[in-house]
Ligand binder design. Structure first.
Ligand code: GDP
Length: 407
C-alpha cells in the first residue's frame, strides 16, 4: 500500500476514469480526503454492497467516514450539496455533515450561472463554465461573502437576484467553513495523511487539455496546489487513474477523439462498461486506450503511479487494440498535438491483442490469476507507460482491486 502522507489522485484521460471508486478504496489509508476542482458537474460513482451513489461535491472518502474537505478550487452549488448530504443520510444511514469542511474561499454557483449554461449543448447545464468565468472576472461570490452579507456587509458584487435564499442555505454550513489551507497545514503537522481528489481529467483541463473542448477548472495535479492552498513541496506523490480503454463525453460529440470505435463495437463497450454520464446520463463515446494521450497526461501530472480501471469491461471482446503512436500527414508522431486542427488529422497506429473472452477478471485478487491474454495486455501497457501500474480495478465496488506484485 501507499504509505505517503500527502497524495493526489488525478484523472489521466477525459474524466470518468473511475476516480471515485479509486479514492473510496485508497481513502482507507488516509485521514483526510480533499476535493480541489470542478463542481457538481462531476459524478464520482461509489458502491457499497450493491448500493450506488454518484457524489458530485462531497469527497469520495465519505463512505469510509474520513474527514472530507471541499477546497476553494471547487465551485459549490449549495442546493446540490444539501441534496447530496440528504442522499448519503438516506442511503447509508449517517449524517455526513460532521465529517465535512468547506473552504471559506470557494465560489458559489448562482442561479444566473445555471441559467446561462442551459443552452450550451456541450455543457452539463450546471452553471460551471459561467461561474468560473464570473470568478475570473472578479464578480464572483464566495462562501465567506454569504456570511458577510448575513452580517450586514454591502457590496455592489452582492446585488444579484436570489442571493438572500443562498445566504439562508449557507447558514447550515457556517460552523463547517474554514480556511482550508491552514486547516490542512495543521492536520499535516499533526501527522495526518491527506488524499487530494481531482475531478474530471487532464484531457479536459483548462490549460493542458484539448482546448477549446475543455472544462473550466484546473483538473491536473497542480490544481491541488491552487484549489486547496498547499505548496507543491508538500505533495509526496501523484496517482494517475486511467481506464484500460478511453471514453469521452461531450453533448455535441464534436471534440476530436482519435481512437473512437465504430458504432457496433462502441455500443458493446458502452453497454458492458455502463458508459453513461453519472451527472447527465449522456452516452459516453468509447475508444481504444491511447498511449500517446495518457503518457502526455502522466508528464503533465507527474504521475509516477498509475491505477488502471475497468479491466473487466474488456472481458467480452475478441480483439483489443492500443494506440501506440499517431500518423499525421504521413509522419509518425509520438506527441499529443496542441491543436484541434492537428488532432482531427490523426490516424491512430495500433498494436493488436487477442481478447480473453468470458467473465474471467471478476473476483480475481492476484495478478498471476489473470487470464494470460489479459496479463499480456497489462504487461504491454506497463512497458509503454511512463509510470508504474500499482493496482488494477476489476469492478465498481471499492474492494474489487488487484494489487500488482511489485507494490
Ligand atoms: P469518475 O468521475 O472518474 O469517478 O468516474 P465515474 O464515476 O463517472 O465513472 C466510472 C464508472 O465506472 C462508475 O460507474 C464506476 O462505478 C465504474 N467503475 C469504476 N471502476 C470500475 C471497474 O473496475 N469495473 C467496472 N465494471 N466499473 C468500474
Amino acid at each position: 500500500m501507499i504509505n505517503l502522507a500527502v497524495s493526489v489522485v488525478v484523472g489521466l484521460q477525459y474524466g470518468d476514469e473511475g476516480k471515485g471508486k479509486v479514492v473510496d478504496y485508497l481513502s482507507r489509508d488516509y485521514d483526510i480526503v480533499a476535493r480541489y476542482n470542478g463542481g457538481d458537474n462531476a459524478g464520482h460513482t461509489l458502491y457499497r454492497n450493491g448500493t450506488k451513489i454518484a457524489l458530485h461535491l462531497v469527497p469520495s472518502g465519505i463512505l469510509e467516514r474520513k474527514i472530507c474537505v471541499i477546497g476553494n478550487g471547487v465551485n459549490i452549488n449549495l442546493d446540490s450539496l444539501v441534496r447530496e448530504i440528504n442522499e448519503i443520510q438516506d442511503k447509508f444511514g449517517f449524517d455526513p455533515l460532521p465529517y465535512l469542511y468547506l473552504s471559506d474561499r470557494a465560489h458559489i454557483i448562482l442561479p444566473q450561472d445555471i441559467e446561462a449554461s442551459k443552452g450550451d449543448g456541450n455543457s452539463t447545464g450546471k452553471g460551471i463554465g459561467p461561474s468560473y468565468a464570473r470568478k475570473a472576472s472578479r464578480k464572483g461570490i464566495r462562501l465567506a461573502d454569504l456570511y458577510n452579507i448575513s452580517d450586514g456587509v454591502k457590496e455592489e458584487r452582492f446585488e444579484v437576484d436570489g442571493i438572500n435564499r443562498l445566504v439562508e442555505v449557507a447558514q447550515r454550513f457556517r460552523h463547517k467553513t474554514v480556511n482550508v489551507s491552514k486547516f490542512l497545514h495543521e492536520a499535516r503537522l499533526k501527522g495526518q495523511s491527506i488524499l487530494f481528489e481531482g475531478a474530471q481529467g487532464s484531457g479536459i483541463d483548462l490549460d493542458h487539455g484539448q482546448y477549446p473542448y475543455v472544462t473550466s477548472s484546473s483538473c491536473v495535479s497542480g490544481g491541488a496546489c491552487t484549489g486547496i492552498g498547499i505548496g507543491p513541496t508538500r505533495i509526496d506523490n501523484v496517482i494517475g487513474v486511467a481506464k484500460v480503454y478511453t471514453t469521452r463525453v461531450d453533448g455535441n460529440q464534436e471534440s476530436p477523439f482519435p481512437t473512437q470505435l465504430d458504432s457496433e463495437l462502441e455500443t458493446l463497450l458502452r453497454e458492458c462498461g455502463n458508459e453513461f454520464g453519472a451527472t447527465t446520463g449522456r452516452p459516453r463515446r468509447c475508444g481504444w486506450f491511447d498511449l500517446v494521450q495518457v503518457n502526455d497526461a502522466i508528464i503533465v501530472n507527474g504521475a509516477d503511479e498509475i491505477i488502471l480501471t475497468k479491466l473487466d469491461v474488456l472481458d467480452n471482446l475478441d480483439e483489443i487494440k492500443v494506440c501506440v503512436a499517431y500518423e499525421i500527414d504521413g509522419t509518425v508522431v509520438n506527441d499529443y498535438p496542441e491543436t484541434d486542427f492537428k488532432l482531427r488529422k490523426i490516424i491512430p497506429i495500433y498494436h493488436n491483442f487477442n481478447g480473453w473472452r468470458g467473465e474471467t477478471t471478476k473476483a480475481i485478487t492476484n495478478s498471476d490469476d489473470l487470464p494470460r491474454n489479459a496479463l499480456r495486455y497489462i504487461e504491454f501497457l506497463q512497458s509503454n507507460l511512463l509510470g508504474r501500474i500499482i493496482h488494477i480495478s476489476i469492478g465498481p465496488e471499492a474492494g474489487e482491486v488487484i494489487k500488482l506484485k511489485s507494490t
